[in-house]
Design a binder for this molecule. Structure first.
Ligand SMILES: NC(=O)c1ccc[n+]([C@@H]2O[C@H](COP(=O)([O-])OP(=O)(O)OC[C@H]3O[C@@H](n4cnc5c(N)ncnc54)[C@H](OP(=O)(O)O)[C@@H]3O)[C@@H](O)[C@H]2O)c1
Length: 234
């Protein structure tokens, strides 16, 4: 499969070692993009479906110097950056009174501050026509059902949506589109950890379709500042 706009484009996908991030890395690579799939492990699932244009890279979104090393690797390897998918996140589920400050800080450090730092590094590099997609959650959406024990995670994902809307304003002047995809329940390791009883037929590949569309400078050229909820059957 190939798609003209993606040919030779350079993408960073954080949280790319599994789940929605790995599916997005495959989606982009299948259309001709070079993809850096970043995660703490730096792994990428091997197998017949792993294109050679996906490179795993070990980077921890909780640490600014680690994020800096990720962007430096991209600079040194490709000398360009066209797409950033900010997908890495963590969740600790616990009643509000039992959730520690350290847990709150870790969720915000990774889910929000790490993402903001990556957006800043991307803004400094990206040329007009580039795209950022930040992954939020319906857990952070105003007016959607909330879940017991998700207080810090929900707050962090609301921040992701607000950050994305705000950056789209500054991105307009630079020709950088910024959108947020906010999924419902998707069958991944995170869902099985956070909500073991929840069943959904939504697969990471379903969300990758929406993320990929928003990255596409030919089809989504006017799309910016959106928080696109992907409501699922979970
Ligand atoms: N699954 C759902 O139902 C659902 C619903 C709504 C929103 N989301 C959002 O979708 C995104 C992807 O979630 P998922 O369900 O695919 O989760 P997942 O299967 O747990 O994958 C999370 C990815 O993030 C990486 N990661 C975690 N902490 C990191 C860190 N500090 N630095 C760098 N990478 C880190 C993990 O790799 P390492 O462990 O190797 O670092 C992994 O690649 C997240 O933003 C999540 O909040 C998921």
């Amino acid at each position: 499969m190939s798609d003209a706009w993606f040919q030779g484009k350079v993408a960073i996908v954080t949280g790319g070692s599994r789940g929605i991030g790995a599916a997005t890395a495959r989606w982009l690579a299948a259309r001709g993009a070079h993809v850096v799939a970043a995660s703490r492990s730096g792994d990428f699932p091997e197998g017949a479906e792993k294109p050679s244009s996906i490179r795993g890279f070990a980077a921890d979104m909780e640490k600014n110097d680690s994020v800096d090393a990720l962007f430096a690797f991209c600079d040194n390897t490709f000398g360009a950056l066209d797409i950033l998918v900010n997908n890495a996140a963590v969740i600790d589920v616990a009643p509000f009174t039992e959730l520690s400050d350290a847990q709150w800080r870790r969720m915000f450090d990774i889910n929000v501050f790490g993402m903001a730092h990556a957006c800043r590094e991307a803004f400094r590099r990206m040329k007009p026509g580039s795209a950022i997609v930040n992954i939020g959650s319906i857990a952070g959406s105003h007016g959607r059902e909330k879940f017991y024990g998700f207080s810090a995670y929900s707050a962090s994902k609301a921040a992701v949506a607000a950050l994305s809307e705000a950056l789209s304003v500054e991105g307009r002047a630079r020709g950088i589109r910024v959108n947020c995809v906010a999924p419902g329940a998707v069958d991944t390791a995170m869902l099985r950890q956070a909500a073991p009883g929840l069943q959904t037929s939504a697969k990471p590949e379903d969300i990758a379709e929406t993320i990929g569309f928003l990255c596409d400078g030919s089809r989504a050229a006017v799309h910016t500042g959106g928080v696109i909820e992907v409501l699922t059957n979970g």
